[in-house]
Design a protein around this ligand. Structure first.
Ligand code: 26W
Length: 824
């Protein structure tokens, strides 16, 4: 590649984007024939989908190659974003819309008698991620291409991404997601770009020169190949196209002929099966220790492949490695790729002959790390014996690095034994484990949190001691979302309205969205805004009718909580409040109740018992409430199955009220909160994660904040919190809890929820009881706001107008300037 670039550096003019529908239709027909191999008369919808993508893809490839050449010629610093998850969703609309070709392609397909919306539905939703962290990686990739950061995302090409969720008899059932069944027209296989990855074996120390210098040679006992698959990532207006490079595992020897010839036909496939397992499935664990050996193998597999690739690219361009930190910024998306720190050390020292001290300096200048959670159960660590068996050379390097760090800490004289043991890369109490958070921290020059509150808490809790040792490293970069997907594409109605009101400038300069603020009280605009919202609600109502058979009224208040199911996110608080409301509606039929639909959606980790039970409870309550004639349709509950990016694109624009109700101090940032507000929903939420900064931006009058603060939660826990006392002083809560606990919603199995509810009485770690009254009262305040409809929409418009800061373009510019040292 390099020599080709050097010798023929001429930039080819890319195919034009301003093609007519007729011309594009002809191109699609040609692609259908020669690249899909079908005639229009027999083409299936999948064939049309493939042909349409291929027709547009050519334009992307031109821009892609130009972007790569430009970065090469400018000797630009590149950003490498290492992430075990990329929750990209569908790509077609994203690419067409960013290239400004949406209408042309729609009309071209009309000429061919094909409906774009029909084929768009067929594109699989690439769910190579669990939740927030994976979706953030996808938003960042799009923003890096948009603001012009030359970058590569690195991850794993899982054959089975996040599982498909079905609800059967009210319960979650997990089914494999097979997104590659019909092929993937977006990806390019790069067989020539493959690397060997080793595991196990032993380390030999070789004496070089007079017994003075030791060189270590790792002799792995197993090998697999990592093969690259590239997907272009198109920025806004197609100005830059970056690369998402996902690794797929392959056996070095697909068939062990010795074994095969000896008649051991199963044994002959051993390597093949082992390699196959590596990139087969995404761990569906969100904030839970994945724990298994296969997970560590996945982490090392993609870290090693990515680093070998990065070093090869650097060497072929610059001919030496010492300039690596000036030309490459490698970002660790949480600790999942943290083993990269020791892999880079190994490659620099053992393969490229650089000495330890220099290699360590280069490593720290190259890496940066983002922490996404403070939950202790989500902090990764690996048992020393496992780590040592799989990665013996890396284990040595961990010890060597650790010795240096601990000496450095001791030398300051500022650390006692307890602090030293918390700084250590090895956890010594109980089973000895390698702490991946500490490894990522010491190996990086920058460690960032994802909201102001989360970053403060990081300094005070998990990384307090390391922060004391290295006070300049921790910094904050509040998360953001890409407005292209989360406004322009998913909400065409609102986007059109904004454009009518303030002009088209905000499409390219998102800060200009602030100009919408002055329309918040403009009667005509408010009416149009409400009408656009209504269209989106009708669309969701139709989806709910199709998928659930539940009929909902689009004029009701749409109250939505969609995210992973987790106790700290408190879907339980929401459903308990729904039960209390149900009770109130029946007891006080004479009151003017605001008609409400409570939507839920989200997946539970398959092994997370309570999360699954909460899904079941929501469905059980829905069954009773939705059928009760005395409710008179004033309250409906709908659990939407298989929440994913595509469903989010329908639900975010249809929300009136966004539920962001985590126990304060536990949600690192949240990004769904931003998507809802940008689409004109009001937030009901705690002062947690980015909600705090959202309140600062939208103003206290335009958000519904309730509950304990993070500090108050900590104090209550420290001072012996007694949930039982709280429950007894709240008649509404007591009644709701006893209804659930006694089996009102599970008459055939009355004890189904007893333990779950007992948990609230006895410990209530997540402060459901402590926050209940405040939450319920704030919901009634929302009812009052809703009743004054123009005022509600005025607040909603303020929310939209003041969300510009939460664009991931802003976040990426901050990363570029303050962490990566890349010009934007
Ligand atoms: C080891 C298993 C595992 C897997 C994923 C542990 C932890 C995770 C992630 C940290 C979970 C995650 O997605 N965290 C979310 O990251 C978002 C992006 O920064 C934040 O907005 C969310 O608040 C945070 O929960």
């Amino acid at each position: 590649m390099t020599s080709a670039i050097k010798s023929k550096a001429k930039v080819v003019a890319p195919m034009p984007l301003d093609v007519t529908p007729r011309e594009l239709a002809d191109e699609i027909l040609k692609d259908l024939r020669y690249r899909v191999g079908k005639d229009a008369s027999v083409a299936t919808s999948y064939d049309w989908l493939a042909a349409s993508i291929k027709a547009v893809r050519d334009r992307i490839v031109d821009r892609w190659i130009n972007s790569t050449k430009q970065a090469y010629e400018a000797q630009a610093k590149r950003v490498y974003y290492l992430s075990l998850e990329f929750l990209i969703g569908r790509l077609m609309r994203d690419a067409f819309s960013n290239l400004g070709m949406m209408e042309t392609i729609r009309e071209a397909l009309e000429l061919l008698d094909v409906d774009l919306d029909v084929i768009a539905q067929l594109e699989p939703d690439a769910a190579l991620g669990n939740g927030g962290l994976g979706r953030l990686a996808a938003c960042f990739m799009e923003s890096m291409a948009t603001v012009g950061v030359p970058s590569h995302g690195y991850g794993i090409r899982y054959v089975n991404g996040m599982f498909r969720q079905e609800i059967s008899d009210g319960q979650q059932v997990e089914l494999p997601e097979t997104w590659l069944d019909h092929g993937n027209p977006w990806e390019f296989e790069r067989r020539e770009r493959s690397f060997e990855i080793g595991f196990g074996g032993s380390v030999e120390a070789a004496e070089v020169q007079d017994g003075l210098v030791e060189r270590h040679v790792w002799k792995p006992s197993e090998h697999v190949l990592a093969v690259a698959y590239d997907t272009p990532v198109v920025g806004w207006r197609g100005n830059r196209v970056n690369t998402l490079r996902l690794w797929s595992s392959m056996p070095v020897d697909p068939i062990l002929l010795d074994k095969f010839n000896a008649g051991d036909h199963v044994g002959a496939l051993e390597e093949s099966n082992k390699a196959d397992a590596l990139s087969r499935v995404l761990y569906p664990a969100d904030s839970h220790k994945a724990g298994q050996e296969l997970r560590l193998r996945q982490e090392y597999f993609f870290s090693s492949a990515s680093l070998q690739d990065i070093l090869q690219r650097h060497l072929s361009q610059y001919g030496e490695l010492r300039s690596l930190p000036d030309k490459a910024a490698i970002h660790l998306n949480d600790t999942h790729p943290a083993v990269s720190v020791v892999e880079l050390m190994r490659l620099l020292i053992d393969v490229h002959g650089i000495e330890f001290d220099e290699a360590w300096d280069m490593t720290k200048r190259t890496f940066a790390y983002t922490n996404h959670t403070l939950l202790p159960e989500a902090l990764e660590s690996w048992p020393v014996p496992l780590f040592e068996r799989l990665l013996p050379r890396h284990m040595q390097l961990v010890y060597e690095i650790n010795a240096q760090i601990l000496l450095e800490a001791r030398a300051t004289g500022n650390f006692d034994d307890g602090q030293i043991s918390r700084i250590s890369l090895i956890q010594e109490d109980g089973e000895r484990r390698v702490r991946m958070g500490n490894l990522a921290f010491v190996g990086s020059h920058s460690i960032n949190g994802v909201s102001a509150l989360h970053t403060d808490l990081m300094k005070e809790t998990v990384f307090a001691d390391l922060h004391k040792l290295y006070p300049d490293r921790i910094n904050n970069k509040t998360n953001g979302i890409t407005p292209r997907r989360w406004l322009f594409q998913c909400n065409e109605g609102l986007t059109g309205l904004v454009r009518e009101a303030i002009g088209a400038r905000f499409l390219d300069d998102f800060e200009a969205l602030a100009e919408l603020d002055k329309f918040a009280s403009d009667k005509a605009f408010v009416e149009k805004f409400a009408a656009a919202k209504r269209v989106n609600k009708q669309r969701l109502a139709q989806v709910a009718a199709e998928r659930l058979g539940v009929k909902v009224d689009p004029s009701a208040l749409f109250d939505i909580q969609i995210k992973r199911i987790h106790e700290y996110k408190r879907q339980l608080l929401n459903i308990i409040e729904a039960v209390a409301l149900y009770d109130q509606i029946r007891s006080h039929p004479e009151r003017d109740w605001v008609p409400r639909v409570k939507f839920f959606g989200g997946k539970a980790a398959p092994s997370y018992y309570n999360a699954k039970l909460i899904i079941r409870l929501i469905n059980d309550v829905a069954k009773v409430v939705n059928r009760d004639p005395s409710v008179r349709g004033l309250l409906k509950i709908a659990f939407m199955p298989n929440y994913n990016v595509s469903l989010a694109e329908i639900m975010m624009p249809a929300a009136d009220l966004s539920e962001q109700i985590s126990t304060a101090g536990m949600e690192a940032s949240g990004t769904g909160n931003m998507k809802f507000a940008l689409n004109g929903a009001l937030t009901i939420g705690t002062l947690d994660g980015a909600n705090v900064e959202m309140q600062e931006h939208v103003g206290e009058d335009n958000i519904l904040i309730f509950g304990l603060t993070a500090q108050e939660v900590a104090e209550r826990r420290a001072n012996g919190y007694k949930p039982r006392d709280v429950i007894e002083s709240s008649p509404e809560l007591s009644q709701a809890l006893s209804a659930i606990s006694s089996g009102v919603f599970s008459p055939h199995e009355p004890g189904r929820y007893r333990e779950l509810i007992d948990g609230i009485y006895n410990s209530d770690w997540f402060m459901v009881a402590a926050d209940f009254d405040s939450y319920a009262a704030t919901q009634r305040k929302a009812d009052v706001w809703w009743t004054d409809s123009p005022l509600w929409y005025t607040k909603a418009i303020h929310n939209v107008a003041r969300m510009a800061w939460f664009s991931s373009d802003r976040t990426i510019r901050e990363y570029a300037r303050e962490i990566w040292n890349v010009r934007v």
